[in-house]
Structures are given as C-alpha cells and as structure tokens.
Design a protein around this ligand. Sequence first.
Ligand SMILES: [Zn+2]
Ligand SMILES: [Zn+2]
Length: 204
Amino acid sequence: MERSLWKAIGYRGCTICHILDKDETDFMANLQLQTIKDQKVRQDVVSLNGYCNFHFHQMARLSSPMVNAILTKDLIDVEIKEIERGSFGPTLRIDCPVCKYVDEREGFYLKEFRALLSEKSFQKEYEATDGLCRIHLKGVLNLLQGGELHEFMLASHMMHLKLLRVELETFISKVRSTSRDFKEEKDSWLIAIEKMVGKRGLKK
Ligand SMILES: [Zn+2]
Ligand SMILES: [Zn+2]
C-alpha cells in the first residue's frame, strides 16, 4: 500500500519518521508471513544473510517461534556449508532487506515532502506538527539547496525547537514540584530524542 505524507500529519513527532515506521512494520509483518509460506522468499532472506541486528530482533517479535527456528536453522546450514567448503571469511556481510526497503521509502518521502512544500496548505499543516527530526530536516534541506522554501524550513524548525523546549521545561518543573498533572508535555523527552536522532532504529 502506498502511503502519503498527508496521512502522517497530525501525529506527534517527525512526520517522515512516523510514516516510515508504519511502512516498516507492514513490510516486516508481510515478510515474516512470506518467509514461512514461500520457500523462495526464505531463500532470498538467507542469501542476504538474514537481517541486521535491529530488524532481526524486530522480526523475531513479529514472528512465531517456529518461523524464527526455521529461518535461523537455514542460516546455520549455510554457515556450516561455508566452513566445510573453506569459504568462511572474516567479513560479516548482511544485506538486510528491511533496511533496503526503509531506505527506498525514506527517499520517496523526502521527495514527496519537497514536492508538497510548494503548497501553502501543506506548509500550514506542517507548521502545526512537531516538525521533522534533524536527519529528515537535513534530507529535505539537501533537496532544496537554498531558496525561499529553505528559509521556510529553517524558520519553522526554529519555532518547533522553541515549542519543544517549552514543553521540556514544563515537564522538568512539574517533575521537580512532584506534580502529576501532565498534559502534552508528558512525552516531550521522547519527542525530543526523536528530534535529535529520528525514530528508533533509523540508520544514520
Ligand atoms: Zn524523521
Ligand atoms: Zn535492517
């Protein structure tokens, strides 16, 4: 299913991270189903040497113990054969298919964001979000290469940072005063971490 950034507006945190997370989860859910149903898909995953650390653990949580057992047994079979053949080298190479997919989607959304940015209605909607994380902001700035829209992105980034700083200050002072009356600032620290490094598992 093709998603659009319009669908991700209105959620907390980076719009691109939010939509990437949805795409990633759907892709993994589908892939774990296919690895048990379709031997060819499983062979492909094995030929890529499985998943990266982050996605293997994520996939394990989405999959049944049986799926995990079958896939890891296949990977072990390959490794035993490599050792027997004498082709087991010192370099560990994993071409994680989930990373590859997320990379492609990320490129797609950065371009979509850049295209939508020319629309005043999108600019308005974007201003009302928490803004992009630093990684995706830089990605968009790279596509813009200066100009009016670049200035717009910087000005809105500044506004988003200042708003988030107020939320963090509110959170800190409420915790200090042992108040339990949290509002939107409750998750401000999590939003701030995402602002700095992007969503969990983003490879940058
Ligand atoms: Zn992001
Ligand atoms: Zn990965």
